[in-house]
Design a protein around this ligand. Structure first.
Ligand code: C2E
Ligand code: MG
Ligand code: MG
Ligand code: MG
Length: 285
């Protein structure tokens, strides 16, 4: 009987796998047409100063509304796009959109010159030999200040290819753009490696932020990451700030920038524009 149960469990498991594989293959095909079919869009999540509540910039997050499959989250379609390589044209599209948006903001109002846009970049893109010249070309075409563009690479993906990542990042740095290590704290990078990377920003992974303000010592990792960032002269951004307690805790620990649903979920472009026009200060709200 136990054997029977065991077998049926195995069967269910492999059926699920097969189903997943089929779904993945179907999505892979659909994703190839997504750009041409105008199914991709970007949303904007504000990065907020924890000192005065002002909007410092936005992270751009990709959305896919598939005709066949509906809304698919990035956690599902980005890995597929990476393994097929379709992330390369998609990633360039994201980058170009981001730079044109910034161009509009920068020419609209002089005092918005400090605004930054952050774009997520996958390892597959970073390892593309033409990536550096592609980025340079987009910067030239859109005419934005390179220092207003930030590229985010996850710590885990950087660690998958540490030497090449460091090399490519160094080359990208010569363009004058900013570099961030995303989901920091989840990827096991060594201090020595961190120091060798020409990065400007550490983004504390939201799992650590979510633990803040609950129990004693829950701030240990965040405290450590902030100390590390200070030692290495890096800017620090907390992601996934969901409530006031977490924000207060972050302020207490000396984290100056936050992002998360407590301030705003990722929003549509026109909402981001409205936010900027209103000059909204999040801490006074
Ligand atoms: P990420 O870069 O770490 O982005 C932050 C994620 O946290 C986003 O998920 C965002 O919607 C979510 N988030 C923001 N505030 C909160 C909060 O308060 N609580 C919680 N629980 N979550 C919050 P999203 O948009 O689903 O994106 C997931 C990941 O997909 C991103 O993580 C990034 O790694 C990847 N991604 C998104 N857009 C792109 C893109 O254009 N290119 C590439 N290569 N990757 C992308
Ligand atoms: Mg990110
Ligand atoms: Mg992140
Ligand atoms: Mg993430």
């Amino acid at each position: 009987q136990a054997k029977e149960r065991g077998r049926s469990r195995v069967e269910t498991f492999s059926l699920t796998l097969q189903h997943n594989a089929t779904k993945r293959a179907q999505m892979d095909v659909a994703l190839r047409f997504a750009l041409d079919r105008d199914e991709l869009s970007l949303c904007y999540q504000p990065k907020v100063s924890l000192i005065d509540g002002s909007v410092l910039g936005f992270e751009l997050l990709l959305r896919w509304r598939s005709e066949e499959y509906g809304d698919i989250p990035p956690s599902e379609f980005i890995p597929i796009a990476e393994s097929s390589g379709i992330i390369i044209p998609i990633g360039l599209w994201v980058l170009e959109q981001a730079c044109w948006q910034l161009n509009r903001w920068q020419s609209e109002a002089g005092d918005r010159n400090h605004l930054t846009v952050a774009v997520n970049v996958s390892m597959r893109q970073l390892m593309q030999p033409s990536f550096l010249s592609d980025v340079a070309e987009i910067l030239a075409r859109t005419g934005i200040a390179a220092s207003s563009l930030e590229l985010e690479v996850t710590e885990t993906s950087a660690m998958a290819n540490p030497a090449q990542t460091a090399e490519t990042m160094a080359a990208l740095k010569t363009l004058g753009i900013r570099l961030a290590l995303d989901d920091f704290g989840t990827g096991y990078s060594s201090l020595a490696y961190l120091q060798s990377l020409p990065i400007d920003v550490l983004k504390i992974d939201k799992t650590f932020v979510s633990h803040l303000g609950k129990q004693q010592n829950d701030d240990a990792i965040v405290r450590l990451i902030i100390a590390l960032a200070k030692t290495l002269h890096l800017e620090i951004v907390a992601e996934g700030v969901e409530n006031k307690a977490q924000m207060h805790e972050l302020q207490k620990l000396g984290c100056l920038i936050g992002q998360g649903h407590y301030f705003s979920p990722p929003m549509k472009q026109h909402e981001a524009e409205k936010l900027l026009r209103a000059n909204r200060q999040f801490l006074q709200a």
